[in-house]
Design a protein around this ligand. Structure first.
Ligand SMILES: Cc1ncc(C[n+]2csc(CCOP(=O)(O)OP(=O)(O)O)c2C)c(N)n1
Ligand SMILES: [Mg+2]
Length: 520
């Protein structure tokens, strides 16, 4: 058995059976080994940012890692932005980066570079595997690091000769128990409970694992028992929402709106969320968004056992299981007239199928989507965790790979789509049920607002031109068809609703381009 076979065998023994990849010469033995270990599914991506974003989307839904296979330092660099988003999502991801054979390093051949330095930016674990016999054990170490909590990116660098040499050993062993995290600090929990039982205004700020499953229900019970506000982080990795799910408000993107949401709050209890900070610095404005005089209670952090922490807090405030406020079923009617961003969101709210997964990179045009879908049938909402755009389509691809029986909807802004729209080809190749709503406002619209907010005075035509995507206008229908998808364009609300309904009812991937005026 060679190293590549042992590595893949070890991964599948630990339930890592999907690898999003973009290989080159140094990874050929790994590619060849796919036929030796049929349990591993290789998924070809045409750009590394698609592979890494897909691994993130996969992990958010499956709760376990996929692998990526990338080609040396340049391949890893191409995938970095979405590994950054994965790091912020606390998604477990195994990144395997092929490298030159150890014996080739002395020659400083064209593709040689410092891979470890690139990897360190996003990874909690970086190791260059030193021997074929030890490769399986290296993979197990990477898996342990990725699992967390917090889930993280683990990078295993695989020299070509370590991969091709004989002497590989599959390390299977008993499956490691699912790690739950560190025990909560009793004193911090008691202080938070005391504040929640007092008559001072309190808020729970939840993120990560507190936004789904049992932990989410328990935090909503705590909110019901104590009358405190329930808020969640601005861009949760995965938020369960829709009819029958706990009611929670997301913190706003703009600091001014966050300040309104937190106004008067005297105690802020953090449950797998960080203390709120402004997304960017603006001249003369605060970075820290905690209101003055508000006490922050970090009851559960990203490395902690969130379920134990929220259960402990619920017991101290005598929260009744099942007492939480749940969302009523309620859908908007279908929109009419000229198509607008609001109309697109309304149609989505009217048609969203039960069990859908929404990958939200709708940006400004998606502003109304959370409101319009709040009472739709239960669904999951996946956000742009790290702010590095080009995530939405790859995450949709990964989510659909993990959950092939559920409808995935990518709510995708034009500018963001153009970083990684190669994901469409992989959706077509894999036959995945992903419906992309392409919000074409012909603009980097949000940056118009940012241009005003940073205080540059009145921007001139050259500056505005750097934010304009309308010259020439981009034809997303042709792009999508060229990559093997069915696609259509809508310019009225009625057409959009019809086209979306058809796309959602049709197996396989499709794109509905919504031409909308820019909100900014
Ligand atoms: C990797 C990366 N590059 C650049 C940016 C800066 N950026 C933020 S928003 C944006 C434009 C977004 O345009 P679009 O996706 O069309 O959304 P809209 O603002 O039009 O709603 C850019 C370029 C970023 N956030 N991430
Ligand atoms: Mg745009």
């Amino acid at each position: 058995m060679n190293g590549a076979q042992a590595l893949i065998g070890t991964l599948v023994a630990h339930r890592v059976d999907t690898c999003f990849m973009n290989p080159g010469t140094s990874e050929m033995h790994f590619v060849a080994a796919l036929d030796e270990v049929p349990a591993m599914h290789g998924v070809l991506a045409l750009f590394e940012g698609v592979a890494t974003g897909a691994a993130d989307g996969y992990a958010r839904m499956a709760g376990r890692p996929a692998a990526t296979l990338l080609h040396l330092g340049p391949g890893l660099g191409n995938g970095l932005a979405n590994l950054h988003n994965a790091r912020r999502a606390h998604s477990p991801v195994i990144t395997i980066v092929g490298d030159h054979a150890v014996t080739h390093r002395a020659y400083d051949a064209q593709l040689q570079s410092d891979i470890e330095t690139v990897a360190r930016n996003v990874s909690t674990f970086v190791r260059t595997s030193g021997s074929t016999a030890g490769l399986g054990a290296d993979a197990v170490s990477a898996l342990a690091a990725a699992a967390g909590p917090p889930g993280s990116v683990a990078t295993l660098i695989l020299p070509a000769d370590v991969s091709w040499s004989e002497g590989g050993v599959v390390v299977d062993g008993p499956p490691a128990p699912s790690p739950t995290g560190a025990a909560p600090d009793d004193a911090v929990t008691a202080a938070a409970a005391g504040a929640l039982r007092s008559d001072q205004p309190c808020a729970l700020l939840i993120g990560g694992r507190a936004c789904s499953g049992a932990a989410f229900e328990i935090v909503a019970d705590i909110a019901a028992a104590t009358g405190c506000k329930l808020l969640c982080e601005t861009f949760p990795a995965r938020l369960e929402r829709g009819a029958g799910r706990p009611v929670v408000d997301r913190l706003a993107y703009l600091a001014e709106f966050t300040a309104m949401q937190l106004e008067g709050v005297r105690h802020l209890v953090l449950l797998d969320a960080r203390s709120p900070v402004s997304f960017f610095a603006y001249p003369g404005r605060p970075s820290d968004l905690v209101p003055e005089g508000c006490v922050v209670h970090p009851v559960a952090g990203e490395a902690d056992d969130v379920l134990a922490a929220v259960s402990g807090l619920a017991a101290l405030v005598s929260a009744e299981p099942g007492s939480a406020l749940h969302q009523q079923a309620d859908r908007p009617g279908t929109p009419t007239g000229p198509l607008t961003a609001q109309g697109v969101c309304q149609a989505l709210g009217a048609l969203l199928p039960e069990g859908a997964i929404v990958s939200d990179e709708g940006n400004t045009s998606g502003l109304f989507a959370p409101g319009a879908t709040a009472g739709a049938p239960p669904h999951d909402w996946l956000c742009l965790t790290g702010g590095a755009i080009g995530q939405g389509l790859p995450v949709a691809l990964g989510a659909a790979t993990a959950e092939p029986d559920r409808r995935v909807i990518a709510l995708e802004a034009d500018g963001s789509a153009l970083y990684t729209f190669q994901a469409w080809w992989t959706m077509a190749r894999q036959g995945l049920d992903v419906t992309t709503i392409l919000l074409n406002n012909h603009s980097y619209a949000v940056l118009n607002m940012e241009l005003d907010r940073v205080g540059v005075g009145s921007p001139g035509p050259k500056a505005r031109d750097m934010l304009d995507l309308g010259r020439p206008s981009i034809d997303f229908v042709q792009l999508a068809r060229g990559l093997g998808l069915t696609a259509s364009r809508a310019e009225t609300a009625e057409d959009f609703t019809d086209q979306l309904a058809r796309a959602l009812a049709t197996p396989g991937p499709s794109v509905v381009e919504a031409v909308v005026p820019s909100l900014l």
